[in-house]
Design a binder for this molecule. Structure first.
Ligand SMILES: Cc1cc2nc3c(=O)[nH]c(=O)nc-3n(C[C@H](O)[C@H](O)[C@H](O)COP(=O)(O)OP(=O)(O)OC[C@H]3O[C@@H](n4cnc5c(N)ncnc54)[C@H](O)[C@@H]3O)c2cc1C
Length: 341
């Protein structure tokens, strides 16, 4: 069993490839013992506590072409995986329609962390469950039991948990899933792209990793396609105003035509191991001109299936409130930003 008190990584070799092809080739040369380094906000902690001990670390930071925002031919936006969260939080092209992403980036951690953390690293960060991160042999770490189920689980899952009660820690994930983003990936088998929600592993699928990138695959960019009449919002509730992960968050992207909802993607964060899409709320909103009553009803439907543990029942009304507030904000029915806890 490893211990959080260790503050020094084991010996490793650090490689700085000149281009993406070289990065993928080098990963292939050490397929089961390499890791990619972006901002290092998550990875460095894992290495220093010797919780993760890869021999080959491949630094992506200097790779050309993986940073910044570019318009796509269809009128959408491609965002390089190495774009810093601070850049996203102050990016004027994310005002208006894509406000959920800008606001989510601005709510991550602290200004210092946002200055180094990257889009790709934020999506691919590992579980923050304190049992798992402290080196206990919990189920996710290869043991027999989910310690959180029997122990402290105030911050754990209320939806979709099977065996393990960890939650997705990433604020950008629900925002980008609500915006129907696709991820672009390049690896030893070539390039592929997939809807962002398919990047993540539910707890009944694979407990070893939160995501489904194959060894040697690099997440190169995220692409958001244009949608007529779209507006979006992100609301996060955490115990503190900064330096804190979401206890519950909600991202909403509505497509409106003459005040009627054409489509509504509502995604919860901090309540399940994966970004949690809310199909029943989506169905309710489609074709309607939402009023206060519809918003309340949609927020109720978003939490259908919630199955909290004794210590995290509070998350159900909290997540419900986040959905209602995100809907109000995306419909511009809420004048002020939502209050924090
Ligand atoms: C005190 C604290 C508070 C925090 N609060 C929040 C919060 O409120 N909300 C939130 O969302 N996050 C929060 N975080 C997490 C933080 O946002 C992440 O640690 C950070 O975003 C990771 O990004 P990075 O670029 O530093 O990734 P790294 O640490 O470099 O990498 C993370 C993982 O992703 C992999 N990786 C990175 N980029 C790629 C790529 N392009 N292709 C393939 N693999 C890749 C790495 O191999 C590694 O496994 C917090 C972190 C701390 C320390």
């Amino acid at each position: 069993m490893q211990h959080m008190a260790i503050d020094e990584p084991r010996a490793f070799r650090l490689l700085a490839p000149e281009d993406l092809a070289q990065a993928i080739r080098w990963a292939g040369a050490d397929p089961h013992n390499h890791v990619f380094l972006a901002g290092g906000g998550d990875l460095m902690e894992q290495l220093k506590t010797q919780w993760r001990n890869p021999f080959t670390i491949i630094d992506l930071k200097r790779l050309p072409g993986l940073r910044g925002l570019q318009p796509t031919a269809e009128g959408g936006l491609r965002i390089g995986a190495l774009t810093r969260l601070a850049e996203l939080a102050r990016e004027p092209r994310l005002d208006g329609e894509l406000a959920a992403l800008r606001d989510a980036a601005g709510r991550v951690a602290t200004p210092q962390i946002r200055n180094l953390a990257t889009l790709g690293g934020n999506l691919l960060q590992d579980s923050r469950c304190s049992y798992y991160r402290s080196g206990r042999q919990c189920l996710r770490a290869g043991g027999d039991l989910c310690d959180a189920y029997y122990g402290f689980h105030q911050e754990h899952a209320i939806l979709g948990a099977s065996r393990c009660y960890t939650v997705t820690p990433s604020d950008l994930t629900p925002a980008l899933v609500a915006l129907d983003a696709r991820v672009l990936v390049q690896g030893p088998e070539g390039a592929r792209d997939l809807p962002l929600e398919q990047l993540f592993s539910a707890t009944d699928q694979d407990l070893r990793r939160m995501h489904r990138l194959a060894p040697g695959e690099v997440l190169t960019a995220v692409e958001i396609r244009p949608r007529p009449g779209r507006r979006s919002a992100f609301v996060k509730y955490a115990a503190r105003k900064s330096w804190d992960f979401a206890l519950a968050s909600a991202a909403v992207a509505l497509e409106l035509k003459q005040h009627r909802v054409v489509d509504a993607r509502i995604v919860l964060g901090g309540v399940a191991a994966v970004p949690w899409l809310c199909p029943a709320a989506r169905e309710l909103l489609r074709g309607r001109e939402p009023d206060a009553q519809t918003i309340d009803h949609a927020a109720d439907l978003a939490l259908v299936g919630a199955d909290p543990l004794p210590g995290n029942r509070y998350k159900v009304p909290l997540a419900r409130k986040a959905v209602a507030e995100a809907l109000r904000r995306s419909l511009a029915l809420s004048a002020a930003p939502p209050s924090l806890l």
